[in-house]
Write a protein that binds this ligand. Sequence first.
Ligand SMILES: [Zn+2]
Length: 190
Amino acid sequence: MSPSKKTTRPAPSGNGSKPRNTRAPKALKKSRTRSPEPASRPAKDSPDSSFLSTLGEGIAPYPLREGESYMNAAQKEHFQRILTTWKQDLMEEVDRTVHHMQDEAMNFPDPNDRATQESEFSLELRTRDRERKLIRKIDEALLKLETDEYGYCERCGIEIGIRRLEARPIATQCIDCKTIEEIREKQLSG
Ligand SMILES: [Zn+2]
């Protein structure tokens, strides 16, 4: 019957509709002169993206799929897990501190030792206070998760973003609003 003609088209010039990747010429350097940006300013309590690996046994970053809707059930579950694990870690830490102080109390009759111990204690108390505040913020975040408010900037309403939230699960503002706030605070205090 018909000959096994596999209709191999004579390829016309070019291949298909893919636009050629026009390489940007090297002369495209824009005003990239001075202003060496402080790339990684050691911001106080902002954990980096490896923060997740420090939680519990470690939590893997969320495998984002293309076109997936923001704060869908899987994502909410992911952040609930992050927040509850973090909270548990902190509560254990608070417990340890309290027990440590109870164990050590009254063990130092020597005034010098006592002084050392007291400054040690005040440091621990401050740490514990910080942990308590964090736990409160985590609770607020968990509540927001329940009411579908989690993950949106409280100032402008846009999505805070999965990766930013993974680095800072209690973030309540998008990076832009946060930056503006920080600048404003600096101006006020400076
Ligand atoms: Zn915002």
